[in-house]
Design a protein around this ligand. Structure first.
Ligand SMILES: [Zn+2]
Length: 300
């Protein structure tokens, strides 16, 4: 009788501890995973990815950006704190290793932590040139990759994302239409840019890009190359040299001075300045400013 009672007690204890560990376990997942709270936490690397993702989710998910305002995104390295934060997210969106080599390196540990990793430029980026967002049609393709990943991760809000994506599609189509309409009539086609960011845009709208520096603005030209550029500007009758917002205008300004021409901004939209954020600028308004400056440079 006594033996039976002990077994019974032990059995009870076992059941209680099993129930406890089960609830503790599910409690743990509930507090640690933002998914269970119903809101996705999405980390994006730099501005165009942030802007497109934000326009797809609006207020339905949390979208964060790694590269801070006013910082040129090429050759950026995140802090240890930022890397730790990304590991707590539901999703991490980057473009391509040719833009964010550091992001590619995080892939394995992120996957281990069950963070969904989205390489949004896959199948779109060509020849290690990351600047696909500057062609509205490729930017639309890129956004659809982001959209597909978000819908897969958060099916409950598919309707909201679908509506937002339809609006974004219209915005890209409209931008493409206006670029086509406004640029096709201009006779001049050569644009001298600060860094090699406008290859996709030039190809889309029949322009010829002459970049001063390489795919990244840090790749500076030799004095010989600068002298050649001065000659090209004179031969082709270039009227403006383009500068950009986040990298030094020194090279473009000295080229303009030597070639005896003026400068204008052509923004690669790798990031926004604090001032642009304050003014409520986004990818679309900056692309329209780019178009206005292209028209000035190519019609005089
Ligand atoms: Zn660039």
């Amino acid at each position: 009788m006594k033996y039976k009672k002990t077994t019974y007690l032990l059995l009870c204890l076992l059941i209680v501890s099993m129930i406890f560990s089960f609830t503790a376990c599910s409690y743990k997942t509930r507090t640690e995973s933002p998914k269970a709270k119903g809101r996705l936490v999405i980390y994006t690397t730099f501005y165009p990815l942030y802007d497109f993702t934000k326009k797809i989710v609006q207020d339905t998910a949390d979208v964060k950006i790694i590269v801070p305002a006013g910082v040129e995104p090429h050759d950026f390295e995140p802090s240890l704190k930022q890397v730790a934060d990304i590991h707590e997210a539901d999703m991490f969106i980057y473009l391509d290793p040719c833009m964010e080599p550091w992001a590619e390196k995080l892939k394995d540990t992120l996957t281990q932590k069950e963070v969904i990793v989205v390489k949004a430029g896959a199948g779109i980026v060509q020849n290690n040139d990351p600047h696909i967002w500057l062609d509205p049609i490729l930017a639309k393709k890129l956004s659809h990759k982001i959209y597909d990943a978000i819908v897969m991760a958060d099916k409950d809000n598919k309707d909201v994302y679908e509506q937002n994506m339809a609006k974004l599609d219209d915005m890209f189509d409209e931008l493409d239409e206006v670029f086509k309409a406004e640029l096709s009539g201009l006779v001049a086609k050569d644009i001298v840019t600060t860094h090699d960011a406008f290859g996709y845009l030039a190809e889309r709208y029949g322009l010829n890009q002459i970049p001063i520096t390489g795919i990244s603005p840090q790749q500076e030209p030799s004095p010989k190359k600068m002298a050649e550029l001065v000659d090209i500007c004179k031969q082709k009758g270039i009227k403006y040299i383009f500068t950009e917002a986040l990298s030094s205008p020194k090279l473009s300004e000295s080229l303009a001075e030597e070639a005896g021409v003026k400068t204008l901004v052509l923004n690669p939209i790798g990031g926004l300045t604090q001032e642009q954020i304050k003014k409520g600028k986004d990818y679309f308004s900056l692309m329209r400013e780019n178009l206005e400056n292209l028209k000035i440079a190519l019609s005089e």
